[in-house]
Design a protein around this ligand. Sequence first.
Ligand code: PEP
Ligand code: CO
Length: 441
Amino acid sequence: MIELTWPDLLAAQQPRWPDEQALAAAVNELKQMPPLVFAGECDKLTEQLGQASRGEAFVLTGGDCAETFAANTADSIRARLKTVLQMSAVLTYAASLPVVKMGRVAGQYFKPRSKATETRDGLELPSYLGDAVNALEFSAESRQPDPQRLVRAYHASGVALNLIRAFTQGGYADLHQVHTWNRDFVRDSVAGQRYEQMAGEIDRALGFMRACGAVPEEFARVDFYAAHEALSLVYEQALTRIDSRTGNPYDVSGHFLWVGERTRGLDGAHVNFAATIANPVGVKVGPTASPEEIQDVVERINPLRIPGRISLITRMGAGRITETLPGLVQKIDASGHPVVWVCDPMHGNTYEAASGYKTRLFDDVIGEVQGFFDVHRRLGTIPGGIHVELTGDDVTECVGGTEGVSADGLGVRYETACDPRLNREQSLELAFLVADMLLKR
Ligand code: PEP
Ligand code: CO
């Protein structure tokens, strides 16, 4: 077993908890809680991610930038799940590839920030750090970190995961429901119509199989995994348990944990925490990372070179990806490390619109994914998946798409607690475009 050395290392992006005793009490409470996920499920995910590293599957991760307690409702969770299921149906059907489905859900309550404080009208307060730490509302009281929020985040995650398990195991995710997922959706939107047509084809294929006497088990249930950024190490450590079967430590707060762009330093606590847990993990990689430092991080986290154990989630920006990605891919490829290459086309493309809203252009999102596929095709390496911020609702947070959210219209329904998300229509449109790229891969 790997020695747990990381608690002595410097952890970036940690809140300043005002009351050490209250923090210790919350952490103790978390230590008593049952696991949210099981080691066996994490191992299964690692195996499926291993398939993605070889091009035998494709990873789709989607969900909020920051989950909130207020939006942890049945309607909101179902809408997000439905969006990912629809996208997955498009990718699976069009590209004939199994899709590994993950949500930024049931634990995505922690946010790293570029600035520690936020100033409005001369008042400077701590930045919003996610609902597990403080509240979004701009007041001194709301922005004060409260450790009981860690406990609340655990319970909220359990509630979300319970609903997701019920939906995905209890018939809602059955492929025969492929039309139902679209029922309340703008069928007259271009992507919605295209989806209906495809769902009709899937239905006919299912009918044919049924008539032949084949009703595979696999159609009734889907694996859906919970992913979040492992940012708060007190939270993640409190939920790390030794698996009695293997003797290995698993972080049971979620199936897949990733280390963010701001905390991926080789000698930082986050990377070394990730190295100690047996879950599959991700590392975000931005345009300023050097291929050498990322190779060292990969080596530190996955010295045994287990396929699927580590995903490199690149977020370069549409304008820079063809210049920054090739060197990184070549370096890692030459090292022989079996990583999953995942494209996050969101975080390198954020800007502030004239109206003051933080936004992203749908065209930049598509541009980065296209650049990602182009680079991998040129190098003969495998584009293994995408990681996007989306919601199942009809929000107006990203500009563009066929139905055209305009820069002027951002205020109509701008609800995110952090970064702008693709709405359902934009998400589906993205899925169709990625399916085409996968076919030409
Ligand atoms: C995120 O995924 O919300 C995030 C903060 O990403 P990054 O670490 O890549 O900036
Ligand atoms: Co984000």
